[in-house]
Write a protein that binds this ligand. Structure first.
Ligand code: AMP
Ligand code: ZN
Length: 463
């Protein structure tokens, strides 16, 4: 079956056809590096990684670019409010200079890359930073101005949406009513309230430009950098669903006004991680980071597993119980790998086909996981064949099963004497009888087992 993906541009499932046979060029809207990312943001990048791995599994060569926003992303999508990075400097008591902005951006960009590595995400080939591409952005704005798509007002240069008949129509399948035309803020100097900033004048941190000292608009960064690294037309563009409008509509407007070519052919958007029925967001103070998860003794890869249990276009309702369940499931998969040490097994073609069919159906990862579990439960397959088939599937799942701690032992597989001690210790812990719990731990260690307490329960291994 061919790979089918849901394209926001048409609102339908479309057969994926690359521009260039055997190769995929993809751009992902990356993080704004003003703070640590939360697990909602991370869903976006694990989704992208699953997409990349699926392409690679199918034999495509992938060229991937993910931007790092370190200037120009204002508090409000409507070009108003303060720059999020400048606010971060203020929050940390730093002087508002370009050097400090760059340093703070580097700190959080590095932390972000660490998170991706812990989630076993394959790194994009290029991770360009907005502040390092100011000349490219100025050039793009100058070209738009030359072709009559930009005008100046007292606080900056704006894109003249009325000049582009397709404006507001590209993301129409994703928008309700006339959302595309309705912008709440008013700047009476703008020709049209939906016009957006290409270059903003003023601010404490800025660069010289033909229009005066200032900084580029957030939408300009992605248009300029995607075309620089991937060409005027490329295959795939991704982001969380909040980026459909205005961010992606505005990126398309700039690129297509300039080139008169299709910009990205497929736009893919992931739904949110929610908590208590609300979107997880910095501004709502209802977020967790990967550090919070690790502090509780849960593996980042359990979070990756949890992401895979829901389809990327469905909201994912985060709970600690669900994460603990994901950890248990991950332990079981690791155990399947560890229970056979021979590498001579054969990949089951039947299960491989089912697995691929699930992925080709708009990346149906819950179904792909179900295929993996059916395969594991199938008694007609030998342990080495199960191991080989699961390791093959893990090329897409990305759970790093090959390097799984092969000494993880399921509770049910422990010798009865040890299992009794573990259960006794859990009771002692529940009663807060720490002295007894410690004594039991020593006993367990004395029997050559190691025990680690996690939020998903005790994890046992052979010493
Ligand atoms: P930002 O750093 O705010 O630019 O966001 C980075 C990426 O995370 C964007 O693609 C957002 O759409 C996405 N994102 C933000 N919040 C969530 C959430 N709660 N769930 C899933 N994705 C999100
Ligand atoms: Zn972007």
């Amino acid at each position: 079956m061919p790979l089918r993906l849901h394209n926001t541009l048409t609102g339908t499932l479309e057969r994926f056809e690359p521009l260039q046979s055997g190769a995929v060029r993809m751009y992902n809207c990356g993080p704004t590096v003003y703070d640590f990312v939360h697990i909602g943001n991370l869903r976006s990048y694990v989704f992208v990684d699953t997409l990349r791995r699926t392409f690679e599994y199918e034999g495509f060569q992938v060229k991937q670019v993910m931007n790092i926003t370190d200037i120009g992303h204002l508090q409000s999508d409507a070009d108003e409010g303060e720059d999020k990075m400048v606010l971060a400097l203020r929050r940390q008591g730093y002087e508002e200079t370009l050097e400090n902005l760059y340093a703070v951006g580097t700190t959080y960009a590095d932390a972000f890359k660490q998170d991706l590595l812990k989630l076993n995400v394959e790194m994009a080939e290029t991770l360009p930073r907005a502040s390092e591409h100011i000349p490219e952005q100025i050039a793009l704005i100058e070209a738009l101005e030359k072709q009559g798509y930009a005008y100046r007002i007292s606080n900056g240069v704006y894109f003249d949406t009325a000049k582009l008949p397709t404006y507001g129509k590209r993301m129409r399948h994703a928008l309700s009513g006339d959302e595309a035309g309705a912008r709440v803020e008013t700047n009476l100097e703008k020709h049209n309230q939906r016009d957006f900033a290409l270059w903003k004048l003023g601010g404490t941190i800025g660069w010289e430009s033909p229009w005066g000292k200032g900084f580029p608009g957030w939408h300009t960064e992605c248009a300029a950098m995607s075309m620089k690294y991937l060409g005027e037309s490329f295959d795939i563009h991704t982001g969380g669903e909040d980026l459909k409008f205005p961010h992606h509509e505005n990126e398309i407007a700039q690129a297509e006004a300039l080139t008169r070519k299709t910009f990205a052919r497929y736009f893919l958007h992931n739904a949110f991680v929610t908590i208590a029925n609300e979107r997880m967001a910095k501004s709502k103070q209802n977020f967790f980071t990967l550090r919070d998860i690790e502090t509780k003794g849960i593996s980042p890869l359990a979070l990756r597993y949890l992401f895979l249990t829901s389809h990327y276009r469905s909201p994912l309702h985060f709970t600690w119980e669900a994460l603990a369940g994901a950890q248990t499931a991950l332990n079981r998969l690791e155990h399947t790998i560890a229970s056979s040490t021979t590498d001579t097994g054969k990949i089951s073609t039947i299960y491989r086909t089912d697995f691929l069919n699930a992925l080709e159906d708009d990346l149906n990862t819950p179904q792909a996981l179900a295929v993996a579990w059916n395969m594991i439960k199938d008694d007609s397959l030998s342990p080495p064949d199960k191991r080989a088939t699961l390791l093959d599937m893990d090329r897409v799942l990305g759970l790093d099963l090959e390097h799984a701690k092969s000494n993880t032992i399921l509770l049910s597989d422990l010798p009865e004497r040890v299992r009794n001690l573990v259960e006794e210790r859990e009771t002692a812990r529940a009663n807060k009888d720490w002295a007894k719990a410690d004594a039991l731990r020593e006993k367990i260690i004395g029997m050559e087992f190691e025990i680690e307490d996690t939020d998903a329960g005790p994890r046992l291994g052979k010493r």
